[in-house]
Ligand binder design. Structure first.
Ligand code: ADP
Ligand code: UVW
Ligand code: MG
Length: 403
């Protein structure tokens, strides 16, 4: 079975095509700057150089069509006919309380995802555009949706309720949901394998540090608390998002700066975090470079970012009354030895001892980076949300066809 995995953002579309017989990636790529003047399409077949193309792509339907064209292209395609694609799996960030696991797309499912637009305005509308674009380009191909929130549905009420009037939860389902669940789930499985211990016996803290960033406490393989909340704004300081702050800042800023609610919302989501403090970039690579060149604001941004991570790790060690393993994943977590070193430096009280050599090694595989004596094992595990999405999609479509 061939499964196409899609992660549609508001102006981008990432894809991976899997052959599920051996879970190999046949092709992958992305469309960026959808709806802007020059859109960029990149397409890669393992073992071959990347193909890049700049053209005008006005909407997601055209973007999906371009992806399909790439996949069947005479020179860099991997399929003869687009009909060879058996199923499409989508990442959907917000599944609310309705979706505790992955499901096949139906009219009702689409309606439910639409109801959640308010709660993930940067993400869910884009995913829906991806789903309808596939319907337009690949009619009759079954589609599945895999939710970032699903893994966190095991959180106890103590962790997911906000201490505000409960009528807001009953009426509007205002509660903490958590995100990046597919990634936290994947890396926790992988980490247990590397450690050679059953997941059921491990207290783990998983740090997904990418553009968006979240930390999850995983006990016995289940998410028991996570740093993101109702929306992906709560928790850690991120590239452009503020993370935790005093909610009173919202009305106070609106008042003092004469801003509207949507302007403040945009400030907190798009103009805060690393970008705001450094005044340079939301990209950790550029922050580290500027820091090394002596830029004090970049240094401050880095210090705040890692300080806030350390506080969450401490909190989750307390939440689980201990921690056996800390896992770093996603763009920053996997690639920045500087970040890992800075975070772990302040965790010696927990018995964390990083091995400087292992931490500095560049490798694409899951590995331990703590010393043999460290009481808490520290790991780097490359995440693979796409593979879990492909697996769930494959399973759901197979079950459906066996009915
Ligand atoms: N070598 C590196 N050092 C530090 N940060 C890196 C490195 N490589 C990538 N990153 C960071 O990873 C981020 C992207 O992470 P990723 O998990 O791919 O995010 P997303 O999936 O949300 O787009 C970039 O913003 C960049 O700052
Ligand atoms: C939920 C979330 O923050 O996702 P991303 O990191 O892809 O923005
Ligand atoms: Mg990501």
């Amino acid at each position: 079975m061939k499964v196409l995995v899609m992660n549609a953002g508001s102006s981008s579309l990432k894809y991976q095509l899997y052959d599920m017989r051996d879970e190999t990636v046949l092709a992958s790529g992305r469309v960026e700057r959808i709806g802007m003047d020059s859109s960029i399409v990149t397409h890669e077949v393992p073992g071959h150089p990347e193909v890049r193309d700049v053209s005008e792509i006005l909407d997601h339907v055209t973007a999906v069509k371009r992806v399909a064209d790439m996949i069947v292209h005479p020179s860099h395609g991997v399929l003869k006919d687009i009909k060879e694609i058996d199923a499409v799996g989508h990442r959907v960030v917000h599944g609310g309380e309705v979706f505790k696991e992955s499901v096949l797309v139906t009219q009702e499912v689409k309606l439910e995802i639409r109801k959640l637009f308010d709660l993930a305005p940067l993400h869910n509308p884009a995913h829906m555009m991806g789903i309808t674009a596939v319907e337009a380009n690949l009619p009759d191909v079954p589609q599945a949706v895999v939710f970032d929130t699903a893994f966190h549905q095991t959180m106890p009420q103590t962790a997911y309720l906000y201490p505000i009037p409960t009528v807001l939860y009953r009426r509007h389902k205002i509660r903490r949901y958590g995100f990046h669940g597919t990634s936290h789930h994947y890396v926790s499985d992988q980490a247990a394998e590397v450690l050679g211990k059953p997941l059921a016996s491990i207290k783990m803290i998983s740090c997904h540090i990418g553009n968006g960033a979240s930390i999850t406490a995983i006990q016995g393989g289940k998410s028991v608390d996570t740093s993101m909340g109702l929306t992906p704004l709560e928790g850690l300081m991120m590239g452009t998002r503020s993370g935790d702050l005093d909610p009173a800042i919202v009305p106070f800023t609106m008042n003092k700066e004469e801003l509207t609610l949507s302007e403040v919302n945009s400030m907190l989501n798009k103009h805060s975090g690393l970008l705001a403090i450094s005044g340079i970039s939301s990209d950790m690579r550029e922050i580290v470079q500027a820091m090394d060149e002596g830029d004090r604001n970049a240094q401050l941004a880095f210090d705040m970012y890692t300080y806030r991570m350390r506080k969450y790790i401490g909190a989750y060690a307390a939440a689980m009354n201990g921690v056996d393993a800390i896992v770093f994943t996603a763009g920053v977590g996997e690639n920045s030895e500087r970040l890992r070193a800075a975070v772990c430096k302040g965790l010696t009280f927990l018995g964390v001892e990083l091995d400087t050599f292992l931490n500095s090694e560049h490798s694409k595989s899951a590995r331990i980076i703590s010393t043999a004596d460290s009481k808490v094992q520290v790991l780097v595990v490359p995440t693979n949300e796409e593979l879990l999405i492909a697996r769930d999609t494959y399973k759901l479509v197979k079950e459906q066809s066996n009915k």
